[in-house]
Ligand binder design. Structure first.
Ligand code: CU
Length: 763
């Protein structure tokens, strides 16, 4: 272990803990909330906190002055035993979230709210979308510019000019417009679940949905929760290959930086995770935009390799539903077909807070292989559980699940301790922003697209009766072969997605079975022990987010026969891995703590006392633990410049007792080995998040092609990402790119550019 246990590790106070300790914890929470608030309002910097003596050199808060609720607490190590009867507990840093006497599994789980797709983007959107950022000027609210009046800024916050123009805008003109606005939360009066009420646990979509984690919990204040379109439940985007989308994202947050309920930042940048798109549409952490601005994201939805493979679009496996039972063939490699994505805020050093405020949605991608229609039998369609009514995109038996742990204060308002630099854990489980709901199912096969949208929590999932299920996808991608007969998932790290098929035909009407979290955590640094189902549902865990969190209630036989692919028994071939060209370069990245900063740009650099960083072979070869030096985030620093059109092998190294789920933007990778061993069947497909495991090393291969610009690599424990385990890598795809690419500097009056702060040697 690199750092001693200083009291920041998981302390889970029982709601029945001695009153003085609870009172101390509440006082400490208040004091810490004041600091969090000042940080989020930009009144103080993390560096100020160090000067004030509130942080240790290691970046953790010192146990003085009522700031740490743990000063007098007994600590529980991450590998501590569960049970022992002494710790029915609550999570790190906060008093227990009240549940107001409400029983779990008493509210229906809402299906996602399907975003409206509008035809004719060029006439639907006003102003019409443009290849380069629209720099039409508008007055800037003085609140955004220190009270100065009379200033103007662009209506679009995208960096201007050719280098940030939509790549391929003329070749792939948008055919669908989606308009979304991130707003303070309010009541949803236009819920579109995309399915009938019997498939949505009886929810009547015409009934307004207030922003509550449970109908008997308080309504969330507008400044505590910020969502896409300002409402619950989370939003679902449905797209298909060959149909470019223009997503116009409006920033509808207030211009008052302090109107955030104590956490979150009003500047936004949206990452479609892990789209194969130009970097101008990738939600680069420094390309954020301001209240009253919009940002046009152009999603061409092409198959990777489209410039060199199947360029004549002759292979029906490379295609998309055409709306009439046929296939619209597209160029590219059919083995690169993707299925389950999500999109979320990526604001520099505030991603954790903004995503935690519920600024996250999901994106289902439909293809000729994965059509969202289980009835169409054309020899290409894999007929995964979905439905048959529509040509594609049936959601009847294809269900998105967004898992996230939350915490709320004594008034039931969403809250967060942003000073938990090791990682923030909530003590309450939500699915689709609903606290411990139930979901009605018919006795047939269902596909669940399960996303871990937490800040720092890992999951391991099982059914409460230990029944088997089948994994069909990992991250965005269908596996080479289904993995049937699983009784629990692998660990599901932050931002990972597992698609699983559960066959409820073994149950009869009136029976229930729960989805259970087996993954105990006592620290945001890494997952602890994985419990058995018996232990997890038996209430033996110290971790209140362990146990049943979603109850399936079986309605009985389905109204129509299940026509989906039988994935219950033997492995079935889905999508083989793409064939990778020869590796031209190897790189290593070490994810470590005790990172340092060698730059001082006030905008592009993480200026605090950073906990986490990344070492490359160019920063001394290894991490500080190994005699090298990990660097804190600076989005003006170019750490790597892989060659356009090449394949590289990257070694991602963790260790020292932490687990980092590493996300590499833009390109899917294949795991070559994990600690020298071949990956498990469930990890043998393409990935975009790689859990390193404590002391783990993962070797992956990726090719870099089709689009260019500045992308990122970071830990997706967003607390680690924001403090400051993130780097920038650039891909130079030729004209119009400059090499090096200048760094965008976002201001309400417009984005300017500056030379990179640094290009690492041999990048
Ligand atoms: Cu991490």
């Amino acid at each position: 272990m690199g750092r001693k246990n200083d009291g920041q590790d998981g302390i889970w106070l029982s709601p029945n803990a001695d009153r003085r300790r609870l009172r101390d914890a509440e006082n400490a929470r208040r004091n810490r909330a004041e600091i969090t608030k000042a940080l989020s309002h930009g009144q103080i910097s993390r560096r100020d906190l160090v000067k004030m003596g509130l942080f240790t050199a290691g970046g953790t808060i010192v146990g003085i002055g009522g700031l740490s609720p743990f000063v007098r607490a007994q600590t529980i190590g991450s590998s501590s035993s569960f049970g022992g009867g002494s710790c029915s507990q609550i999570p790190t840093g906060l008093p227990p979230s009240p549940t107001f006497g409400v029983q779990p599994f008493t509210q229906p789980m809402p299906r996602f709210d399907v975003l409206v797709r509008n035809p004719n983007p060029f006439t639907f959107l006003n102003p019409s979308p443009t290849a380069q950022a629209n720099t039409t000027q508008q007055p800037v609210d003085p609140a955004l510019v220190g009270g100065r009046t009379g200033l103007t800024g662009p209506i679009e916050g995208r960096p201007p000019g050719a280098a940030w123009a939509h790549q391929g805008f003329a070749q792939f003109p948008p055919q669908v417009a989606v308009e979304i606005t991130t707003k303070p939360v309010t009541t949803n009066n236009s819920y579109n679940p995309g399915v009938t009420s019997d498939l949505n646990s009886g929810i009547n979509p015409a009934t307004p949905i207030p922003p509550q984690f449970h109908p008997s919990f308080p309504v969330q204040n507008a400044n505590r929760v910020w969502t896409f379109n300002g409402t619950f439940p989370p939003k679902l985007l449905q797209v298909r290959y060959g149909e470019p989308v223009l997503m116009r994202h409006h920033n509808g947050l207030t211009t008052n930086i302090t109107n955030n309920g104590g956490f979150g930042r009003f500047t936004l940048t949206t990452h479609e995770h892990n789209a194969h798109h130009g970097a101008e549409n990738d939600g680069f952490t420094g390309a954020y935009f301001w209240p009253n601005q919009f940002y046009d994201y152009h999603y061409p939805w092409v198959l990777a390799g489209f410039r060199s493979i199947n360029t004549g679009a002759t292979d029906p496996r490379a295609g998309a539903p055409d709306g009439n039972g046929g296939i619209n063939k597209v160029p590219g490699d059919w083995r690169e077909t993707m299925s389950t994505h999500w999109f979320h805020d990526h604001m520099f050093t505030f991603t954790d807070q903004n995503v935690y405020k519920c600024n996250a949605g999901m994106n289902n991608i439909y293809s000729s292989l994965d059509r969202g229609n289980e009835g169409l039998n054309d020899g290409v369609n894999l007929r995964l559980p979905s439905g048959t009514e529509k040509d594609y995109g049936n959601l009847d038996f294809d269900v998105n699940l967004m898992l996230s742990d939350k915490a709320w204060d004594q008034n039931g308002q969403l809250t967060m301790d942003t000073l938990q630099f090791d990682g923030f854990l909530g003590d309450q489980m939500t699915v689709n922003f609903a606290w411990k709901p139930f979901f009605n199912v018919y006795a047939r096969r269902y596909r669940f697209r399960i996303l871990n949208a937490s800040v720092s929590r890992f999951f391991a999932l099982a059914l409460s009766d230990n029944s088997p299920f089948t994994q069909i996808a990992n991250d965005g991608n269908l596996l080479p072969f289904t993995v049937p007969g699983l009784q629990q998932t692998d660990q599901l790290g932050i931002a990972e997605r597992y698609d699983i098929v559960i066959d409820f035909s073994r149950y009869s009407a009136g029976q229930t079975v729960d989805l259970v979290n087996l993954q105990q955590m006592a620290s945001g640094k890494l997952p602890g022990p994985i419990l058995t189902v018996g232990q997890a549902v038996g209430g033996q865990s110290c971790d209140p987010a362990v146990g049943s969190f979603l109850r399936f209630k079986v309605l009985g036989p389905p109204p129509q026969q299940d026509q989906s692919l039988n994935t219950d028994n033997a492995p079935v071939a889905l999508i083989p891995n793409p064939v990778l060209p020869t590796v031209v370069r190897q790189r290593s990245f070490v994810f470590d703590d005790r990172a340092s900063q060698d730059q001082n740009d006030p905008i592009t650099t993480y200026t605090g006392n950073g906990q986490w960083g990344i070492a490359t072979e160019n920063t001394g070869g290894t991490s500080r633990h190994r005699g090298g030096s990990a660097l804190l985030a600076d989005y003006g620093r170019i750490s790597s410049q892989p060659g356009y059109g090449t394949c590289e092998e990257w070694t991602l190294q963790g260790g020292f007792g932490w687990d980092h789920p590493i996300h590499i933007h833009f390109e899917e990778g294949q795991i070559i080995s994990r600690n020298g061993q071949a990956p498990s069947p469930a990890e043998s497909g393409r990935k975009d998040v790689y859990r390193l495991r404590p002391s783990g090393t993962v070797v992956i291969r990726m090719q870099f092609r089709d689009w260019g610009g500045m992308y990122m690599e970071h830990c997706h424990n967003t607390m680690h990402e924001d403090n400051a385990m993130l780097l920038r890598w650039d891909l130079d795809s030729g004209t119009p790119f400059l090499s090096p690419l200048p760094t965008p500097i976002s201001k309400p009056t417009g984005v300017t550019f500056q030379a990179p702060d640094e290009i690492l040697p041999n990048a």
